[in-house]
Design a binder for this molecule. Structure first.
Ligand code: CA
Length: 236
């Protein structure tokens, strides 16, 4: 089934470039030239959008704000941020706003499509996997990850996860105590064909720690393995 993508970009030339390339590759595109319009169109579609492609710098509310708003309404939608400067990329990485990926401008049509395809596949798998799922949840210490509704429960407290955070935790819960390199995590969670940077793993780990650690600056569950990557420590 064709994927529905909400594109929010205020620069006409870039927006046209994106839209033409997405349509050429079989995506159904909804365009907007401001954050306000993007949110309005999101609501008009009843939230039935697979991926939102959001430029960071916009004339009214910025792309970060749009990302937060959309994420608050929909935790399984895929969100990719588009940013013009490396400075903005740093800002994206430092934020805890719920984007799944980011693409730095300028980018080629093939890179854009590769990233959308990769995220689109993950979103589709997670939305359809509920039917084929044998297990309903994964437990690790005080944590229970519900595989049906993708919620995390920690000592009776319900924690909302983005799609990427859910997949990361699912992976870690299935492999407790094993240290994984970033490249391996990237391959397992983002998929073999993902062409982005390994830094996105760190961004998501930082965000997850805020949700699964008493003190995110001194993690007890989601540990850094120096010179290597990360591991999930099961604590009973
Ligand atoms: Ca812009």
């Amino acid at each position: 089934m064709e994927k529905k993508v909400l594109v929010c970009e205020d620069e006409t030339a870039i927006r046209d470039f994106i839209v033409i390339n997405l349509r050429r590759n079989g995506f159904y595109v909804i365009e907007s030239d401001s954050g306000e319009e993007a949110l309005r169109k999101y609501d008009e579609e009843g939230g039935k959008i697979d991926i939102a492609l959001l430029d960071v710098m916009l004339p009214g509310i910025d792309g970060f704000e749009v990302c937060k708003e959309i994420r608050a309404r929909n935790k399984s939608i895929g969100i990719i941020m588009l940013s013009a400067k490396s400075q903005e990329v740093d800002k994206v990485t430092g934020l805890t706003l719920g984007a799944d990926d980011y693409i730095a401008k300028p980018f080629s049509p093939s890179e854009l499509i590769a990233r959308l395809d990769a995220l689109g596949r993950r979103v589709a798998i997670s939305n359809s996997s509920t039917e084929a799922m044998v297990k309903e949840s994964l437990t690790s210490g005080d944590f229970t990850l519900n595989l049906i509704n993708h919620e995390l429960n920690w000592n009776g407290r319900r924690i909302e996860l983005t799609q990427t955070e859910f997949q990361l935790l699912e992976f870690f819960f299935q492999n407790p105590g094993i240290a994984f390199e970033r490249s391996r995590i990237l391959q397992k969670v983002w998929g073999e064909t993902y062409s982005g940077e390994e830094k996105i793993v760190d961004v998501n780990i930082r965000r997850l720690r805020i949700k699964v650690e008493e003190d995110p600056s001194s993690p007890k569950n989601l540990l850094t393995v120096w010179g290597m990557g990360y591991k999930w420590e099961k604590r009973d």
